[in-house]
Design a protein around this ligand. Sequence first.
Ligand code: PGA
Length: 257
Amino acid sequence: MNMVDSFEKLPVRIYPDLKEGSKFAAKEIAALIQAKKAAGATCVLGLATGSTPRSMYAELVRMHKEEGLSFKNVVTFNLDEYYPIENDALQSYNRFMHVHLFDHIDIDPANIHIPNGEIPKERIKAHCLEYEKMIEEAGGIDLQILGIGNNGHIGFNEPGDDLPVRTHRVRLMESTRRDNAMLFDNDPSRVPAEALSMGIGTILRARRIVLVATGEKKAECIRQATGGRLMTRVPASMLQVHADVELILDREAASLI
Ligand code: PGA
């Protein structure tokens, strides 16, 4: 390393708690949907699953029900899905999205895209290529929402010597399977060993990126992701090359930066 220190920082907003941060993120999404609608355009959203974005989706559902926010001009692409998994399995990200968002809003089901955990093995490569093509044909992602794993992953781009650029099949780290075991009877061996995920390049092509993180457990990976160095062992650090990215954190997640 030929540098003693570096001072680049990603723009960070710190909120007292996740609920407040989620409200801000939901407002940003709603504003974008409405601006696109006013321009007669579709709004392409990249969406994330996990415990963190749940309250953001709850706020969007509230805005739909109470404030008439419409999702008719919205097209969505989810970051990832376990592999293999049945689409309607309790733990699938497909089901998560329907339970927390899609079943409660007026989005056209044809506009929803989630990597397919049911695809036969021999079709995976073609499916990943098609996923990339569909994003491109939709005009690219306007706003990508991200969580971050305790190990610094974004989507299911796990730490490693190198990082895949495009949508791909990935072997999950044991630590990720442990972190995600809650819905699998707390048994990491029951968490699917693999997943399909957008690549780092897919994510970085989004025009704007908003990452939401909460809690003390995320403080170290947030510190590493924002420290001014790119590290493939901290995939979220790659966000530092993007021109329009924002981190929405609570005080605990921001405690080491
Ligand atoms: P979490 O997951 O929101 O459940 O912490 C984040 C992630 O693994 O991307």
